[in-house]
Design a protein around this ligand. Structure first.
Ligand code: MLC
Ligand code: AMP
Length: 504
């Protein structure tokens, strides 16, 4: 037996003195040093009594140590559950409890606040701070830097990533070793990653894009990462000359384009820019090419599937498309009503099948059955078509979802909270175009008869429940919501009415 994910991504680099991480302060972490930390953490997990298959939830800042926790979980066979650092205690509570996490890692500054969360879920709370210190680090410091890697099968779980649903309840997407490994290998090959590559990494590491796409690919190739705590234009331009590749959400690209430092010379040595997680406007794609000579490579993926399609490395990277299905991955367009495959060129729901597709939602067999067909196809909820050259175009969503700056926001979750506020009869939450975030959130409220709505009080009230990025940027009060003959709220009409709210 072996541990395919650990053996390929991590153990393959044992003893290497070459740089794995370039850090913002100018220091570096070699592969060897990083793997030592991974092993100490894995020993600490075992010392705490964690067993293969147990879950570890982590709401921690981006740091080399945070990344080492991921490696340690893989090595010890523990299922890694990273959480957005913007989530409130109330949001986190659900994930820790629902996943049955045995250990919950958080930042020291939040431990007092999150102690009750851990206690309620019966999880052990440990801390890991952005500078690498904390109670978990202390536990690991006395541990050896060798750990006997736990045997795992390709079908064993490696990670849980929670993704919200149209019902407002988050679902834990169960990702196996094979899901992660197959996709990393496929992408590394498709995008020609090699050991000379230096990836400019400013994404968070609690989502698929920054953790699996960016990090796993680099680990497969044995390259290095400029590991920045967050996206910051000065840091991006400061480090760009040392990088060969960059991955980002569309907001990264619009922000770079908004800066005069983005010139052909500044990026002359770069070999690849990748965009994903949200639609890249064709105009952004063209502007970037005009300014730099680089055609951004847009790809399409999701939490449940990792990456599904990609524009070609060699060949035309077509603006407004997400390219072709990746090798080994099938993609079909089906009629949402019948599930039957549609002829080429017609718009329908996008379904995908392959080794990348997740195992199902944690403890939600009905939800899994609704979206994952028995024949292995996963219904993505995205609407698209395949053009006459085989390029996939995403034209919309069959799910009520807003993507703001690459973060998914499910209107239902916000509507449930708004509906509970004093004076509110009902609400509709919509996404409208936003020049920086792509889409931004607006809450449309209807008052109860004879009541008035205090928008400021509502904003303050939902603040403790909802992460900032999910909170409506605007609340508007209307007499009634537009409805069709069946009584269904017409969100398309609302989106049309408010589309100019954040216009430049
Ligand atoms: C931050 N803020 C946001 C926001 N990010 N608001 C809406 N949408 C967002 N995405 C708010 C904060 O709450 C704060 O509000 C203010 O902006 C400043 O916070 P910040 O942290 O300084 O923001 P900034 O650094 O500018 O962050 C913007 C960003 C970041 C776009 C760089 O959101 C980001 O890195 N996004 C990447 C998300 C990602 O990795 N997605 C991949 C998902 S995986 P206030 O009010 O307090 O000032 C996936 C699958 C796939 O989708 O295909 O890849
Ligand atoms: P998440 O659940 O956070 O993984 O988000 C996945 C969703 O992001 C997909 O279902 C798509 O709606 C969207 N998405 C990802 N990449 C792209 C892209 N290149 N273009 C358009 N939408 C995308």
């Amino acid at each position: 037996m072996a541990n395919p994910l650990f053996d390929t991504l991590f153990a393959a680099h044992a003893g290497k003195k070459s740089v794995f991480l370039h850090l913002a302060d100018g220091s570096t972490r070699s592969y060897d040093a990083f793997l030592g930390q991974v092993a100490r953490f894995a020993n600490a997990l075992a010392a705490m009594g964690l067993e293969p298959g147990d879950r570890l939830a982590a709401q921690i800042d981006k740091s080399p140590e945070a990344l080492a926790v991921y490696g340690a979980c893989v090595q010890a066979g523990v299922v890694f559950l990273p959480l957005n650092t913007a989530y409130t205690a109330e949001e986190v509570s659900y994930f820790v409890e629902n996943s049955g996490a045995r250990v919950f890692l958080c930042d020291g500054a939040r431990s007092e606040n999150l102690k009750a969360v851990a206690d309620k879920a019966g999880a052990r709370l440990e801390t890991l701070n952005a500078n690498g210190t904390g109670s978990f680090f202390d536990l690991s410091a006395v541990q050896p830097d060798h750990f006997k890697t736990v045997d795992r099968d390709g079908d064993d779980l490696a990670a849980f990533l929670y993704t919200s649903g149209t019902t407002g309840r988050s679902k834990g997407a169960m990702l196996t070793q094979t899901n992660l490994l197959s996709n990393a290998q496929t992408l590394a090959k498709a995008w020609r990653f090699n050991s000379d590559d230096v990836l400019l990494h400013a994404l968070p590491i609690f989502h698929t894009h920054g953790l699996f796409v960016a990090t796993n690919i680099t680990l497969v190739a044995g390259g290095s990462i400029i590991f920045l705590p967050k996206f910051d234009l000065d840091a991006m331009f400061g480090w760009m000359p040392r990088a060969t590749t960059m991955m980002g959400v569309p907001t990264f690209y619009t922000r770079l384009l908004g800066d005069a430092r983005l010139t052909a010379e500044a990026v002359a040595h770069m070999r690849l820019f990748v965009s994903g997680s949200a639609p890249l406007l064709a105009e952004t794609h063209r502007e970037f090419t005009d300014r730099t000579g680089h055609a951004i490579l847009e790809r399409y993926g999701m939490t449940e599937t990792n990456m599904n399609t990609s524009n070609p490395y060699e060949g035309e990277r077509l603006a407004g498309t997400v390219g072709f299905p990746l090798p080994g991955i099938e993609l079909v367009i089906t009629d949402p009503a019948t599930g039957r495959e549609l002829p080429q060129g017609e718009i329908g729901q996008i379904e995908v099948r392959g080794p990348n597709v997740f195992k199902g939602y944690w403890q939600m067999p009905e939800k899994t059955a609704e979206e994952l067909r028995e024949n292995g196809f996963f219904i993505t909820g995205d609407l698209g078509l395949i053009d006459d050259r085989g390029y996939v175009q995403i034209v919309g969503r069959n799910k009520d979802l807003i993507i703001s700056g690459g973060y998914n926001i499910y209107p239902k979750e916000i509507e449930l909270l708004l509906d509970d506020q004093p004076g509110v009869l009902e609400s509709a939450v919509i996404g409208v175009p936003h020049p920086d975030f792509g889409e931004s959130v607006i809450g449309v409220l209807v008052a109860k008869d004879g009541d008035t709505i205090d928008s400021d009080a509502i904003k303050a009230a939902i603040g403790s429940s909802l992460a900032r990025f999910k909170q409506p940027q605007r609340l508007v009060v209307v007499n009634e919501l537009p409805r069709n003959a069946m009584g269904k709220v017409q969100k398309a009409q609302l989106r049309e009415t408010y589309k100019g709210t954040f216009a430049k």
